[in-house]
Write a protein that binds this ligand. Structure first.
Ligand SMILES: Nc1ncnc2c1ncn2[C@@H]1O[C@H](COP(=O)(O)OP(=O)(O)OP(=O)(O)O)[C@@H](O)[C@H]1O
Ligand SMILES: [Mg+2]
Length: 406
């Protein structure tokens, strides 16, 4: 391939710092994320793939079947894949290349996040043992999207990896997921900050008892909390507010930084989709939604595209079929019936093929001059080996290349 027709996905795999794969349910986001991560690591980058609920087969391909009863490895921990399994990969791994895999489980992320945000170990202990905080934990955990994004932000900041590949939840949740930083930042608005700032610094003597700390606007909330937790919980409530007075502005700052991370040029998005009108319509919708949130999409991956043999392009040829079937000993009415059925099947396949290819062209147009649309063939059998993931990555790359206009 000439330099003028450089493959844009090659460029992304070699230079991006965060690659996000989004799309509808079951289209192959998790598998494609792992596949592209394997390829980037093989080229010598330090890669972490963050997956959400990977299938057992994929865990098997990554060598990650844990000893736990559900066969899943520990969540939110980086598990080494490459160079550990380099001998399973034809071509090995370039020097320096490594791949770790992490299964995201946002439900345990809230504790880790608050731990990261609290400045001293004493405060950390106080908050984590605080009755009110523990009661609030499920509320924080109800925002798993943000927990996951925050963890990704933390990993991106750590400098441990050159590239993070992020698999996202199915489409209708993907936007909530990607907006989580912004949503949280706007929740922690001036009013909330002011409300918390009414609490005096630790050690100060409250005027008019603990309730006096919270002013008119918050005394009602204090009253509610007091009722919920009992009046003996008031010191816990006060401690919670004091700790969070410090944490909330940081939380907001980080939420904004997390949101900004998604819009940096070193962050790239791919929309993964299946062929077929409904899936492709959803992919276009997701593309528009992402763009309307200021997120640029590098390209589309149309996965599991039906491969129609070239001999059947155009709908099959009845005369040729008749001749071939004649050689097999079919004659008369029986021959005509089989020819008719096969011609009809070929016609339907041709219809699917042309309708898919028309849709791909529309996606290519939508992706624009700098974007791409890669059609990836449906593979036979499931993907359960590292070498198969590598093959899938190659198929995605080849699909991009075949659509690149030199
Ligand atoms: N090109 C392909 N050919 C054959 N099978 C494939 C291909 N791509 C993915 N698969 C298979 O499709 C199934 C679904 O893939 P995957 O779990 O990656 O989808 P997903 O988009 O992450 O799903 P979910 O939305 O449920 O998270 C898996 O069994 C995977 O092995
Ligand atoms: Mg998945």
């Amino acid at each position: 391939m000439s330099a003028a027709a450089a493959n844009p996905l090659d460029e992304i795999l070699n230079t991006a710092k965060l690659l996000v794969l989004s799309g509808s349910g079951g289209v192959g986001k998790t598998t494609s994320s792992a596949a592209l991560a394997v390829l980037a690591a093989q080229r010598g980058r330090r890669v972490l793939v963050l997956t959400i609920d990977p299938a057992r087969r994929l865990l098997q391909a990554l060598g990650l079947q844990g000893d736990s009863p559900d066969g899943k490895p520990a969540a939110n921990v980086a598990h080494p894949v490459l160079p550990k399994l380099a001998d399973q990969l034809p071509g090995g791994v370039a020097p320096g290349g490594c791949l770790d895999a992490m299964m995201l489980d946002a439900s345990s992320g809230a504790i880790a996040m608050v731990e990261r945000l609290l400045p001293t170990p004493e405060l950390r202990d106080q908050v984590l043992n605080n009755r009110i905080y523990r009661a609030f934990l499920p509320t924080l955990q109800a925002s798993p999207d943000y927990m996951a994004l925050e963890l990704i932000f933390e990993l991106a900041q750590s400098g441990r990896y050159d590239l993070l590949v992020l698999d996202t939840p199915p489409m209708h949740n993907a936007l909530d997921f990607l907006r989580a930083g912004n949503t949280l930042a706007s929740f922690i608005n001036e009013r909330v900050l002011k409300w918390f700032s009414k609490v005096p610094l630790p050690g100060a003597k409250p005027k008019g008892g603990l309730l006096g700390w919270f002013g008119a606007g918050s005394s009602m909330a204090m009253g509610v909390l007091g009722k919920l937790f009992g009046s003996d919980a008031l010191p816990d409530i006060a401690q919670f507010f004091v700790a969070f007075q410090d944490v909330l502005p940081r939380l907001k700052e980080r939420a904004l930084a997390t949101d900004a991370m998604l819009r940096q040029p070193s962050t790239q998005f791919l929309v993964v989709t299946a062929p077929g009108e409904t899936s492709l319509r959803e992919a276009r919708h997701l593309y528009d939604q992402l763009r309307s949130h200021g997120i640029a999409v590098a390209g589309f991956v149309v996965n599991r595209v039906l491969q129609v043999p070239e001999a059947l392009h155009g709908g099959g040829n009845p005369a040729e079929l008749r001749q071939r079937l004649g050689h097999l000993g079919l004659v008369g009415e029986q021959l005509e019936r089989v020819v008719e059925q096969l011609t009809e099947a070929a016609r339907r396949l041709e219809h699917l093929r042309t309708s898919d290819s028309g849709q791909f062209d529309a996606l290519r147009k939508l992706a624009g001059k700098h974007g791409f649309c890669s059609a990836v063939p449906q593979r036979e059998g499931d993907i359960h080996h590292l070498a198969q993931l590598r093959e899938l990555a190659q198929a995605i790359l080849d699909g991009v290349a075949s659509g690149v206009v030199p």
